[in-house]
Design a protein around this ligand. Structure first.
Ligand code: SF4
Length: 415
């Protein structure tokens, strides 16, 4: 008989993060070895101060570490200091990011308090000004960023690509003996526009460690290709996001696929999940999805995780689904207090399984696990704590007793 020797260690972690410069935004750092930050954007009319404060507060409370607002007109620019002030009065200091387009230079000149109320600017080089107005208006925006010491995200969007860059690259491509397909030239133009604008900003005096880049595309493969190229060609921190990801499950699936591929390759320093909310749906959903992406990839921890099996023909009832849901609700209710009292609790792992076939194994891998009785099994639910069988729950009170076990475990481990 031959003995197997262990010589195939299998790594299960993302590639090391690509080395990027570190940019300070308010109290946070983006890039370098800082954690991947989550950001979001309001969809209220910015000039509607009450609505914008309400939504920005909800996004911040949900975990958005930066909140971006469009500053598209005089009223919006004038509203910014009030929005900042009202958030502060609620104890919310989330850095606000101003999103500017064609008239940003004028608005910021007329509303210096707006420049003082934001922690970062987003400039789209394709929307900063048309034709001969583009360079001077871009220069004015950069001069304002320098004056107020604001970091800048140069955010290219393929739907509003700088026409001069695209035309130049299309013309050069046409000269080739075998021209590349136009979509390849477009992808190159997206990356080139971001990098050339960043260099231009540096030449205008913006420090290199005040620049973040993004190149948003709406197709998963396009986004992955563009960011891989961007990461090869520069060391600016990268803001990832699939633009126009869409609604509901397709939106969540597309964003998750695109961002996960890049994060796994060590690409990305901050993320935004751009979901179209369902009518009446919560804007905070995008923050929740962003947190789940980072957490399921092992990049950050935000909340205790509940693993539950999908159920199958062995499942005797839907009780285990109800139990998993009740545990999830319990966590959602208790997490604000747990976070204050028990730092580190977000690493807790709970398993709720539908039968004893896979249940005990999965439960042992969690901090706390329960296997409910499957079809034809004894009406008893073994509970595992730190891999050891701790007790067996029976009767009508399983949910309450299991929640007590969770509370006790948290107190003992993180108290
Ligand atoms: S744990 Fe049991 S009930 Fe759940 S999917 Fe596996 S076999 Fe089915």
């Amino acid at each position: 008989m031959t003995m197997d020797t262990f010589d195939h260690p299998i790594e299960a972690s993302p590639s090391p993060r690509q080395t990027t410069r570190c940019v300070a935004v308010g109290p946070y750092k983006i890039g370098g070895d800082a954690p991947v930050l989550i950001q979001s954007m309001t969809d209220t009319e910015t000039a509607d101060i009450d609505a914008t404060v309400k939504q920005a507060a909800a996004l911040a409370r949900a975990g958005s570490e930066l909140v971006r607002l469009t500053i598209n007109n005089e009223q919006a620019a004038a509203a910014l200091p009030h929005i900042r002030e009202q958030l502060a009065s609620q104890g919310i200091e989330v850095p606000l990011v101003g999103d500017f387009h064609f008239n940003g230079h004028k608005l910021l000149k007329r509303h210096p308090a707006c420049a003082e109320a934001i922690a970062k600017m987003r400039i789209n080089p394709g929307n900063v000004g048309k034709g001969s107005r583009r360079d001077p208006q871009f220069a004015e925006m950069i001069e304002i960023a320098c004056r107020y010491e604001l970091p800048v995200r140069i955010g290219v969007n393929w739907g509003s690509l700088d026409e001069s860059v695209l035309t130049r690259l299309m013309d050069a491509n046409a000269q080739r003996q075998q021209p590349y397909p136009p979509e390849m030239v477009t992808r190159d133009a997206v990356v080139t526009s971001a990098i050339e604008s960043a260099k231009q900003a540096e030449e205008l005096g913006l420090p290199g460690d005040s620049i973040i880049l993004s190149c948003k595309m709406s197709g998963v493969q396009d986004l992955v290709a563009v960011y891989r190229d961007l990461a090869r060609r520069c060391d600016y921190p990268l803001h990832l996001g699939l633009t126009e990801a869409g609604m509901g499950v397709p939106g969540i699936a597309s964003s998750s696929a695109a961002l996960a591929i890049l994060l796994q390759q060590g690409i990305g320093d901050t993320i935004r999940v751009s979901l179209t909310p369902d009518p009446g749906g919560a804007r905070t959903r995008e923050v929740e999805v962003a947190q789940q992406i980072l957490q399921c990839m092992g990049l950050r921890d935000f909340t205790p995780r509940v693993t539950a099996c999908p159920g199958c023909g062995r499942t005797s009832s839907n009780y285990f689904q109800h139990l998993a849901e009740q545990v999830r609700h319990h966590i959602d209710e208790r997490i604000p207090e747990w976070r204050n009292q028990y730092p580190g609790v977000e690493k807790l792992r709970i398993a709720v399984m539908g039968c004893v076939v896979n249940g005990p194994g999965e439960s042992r891998h969690a901090d706390i696990g329960i296997s409910l009785p499957g079809a034809d099994e004894q009406p008893a639910a073994p509970v595992f704590v730190d891999g050891e069988r701790r007790t067996t729950l029976k009767g009508d009170n399983i949910a309450a007793e299991f929640k007590n076990i969770i509370e006790e475990y948290i107190q003992q481990r993180w108290g």
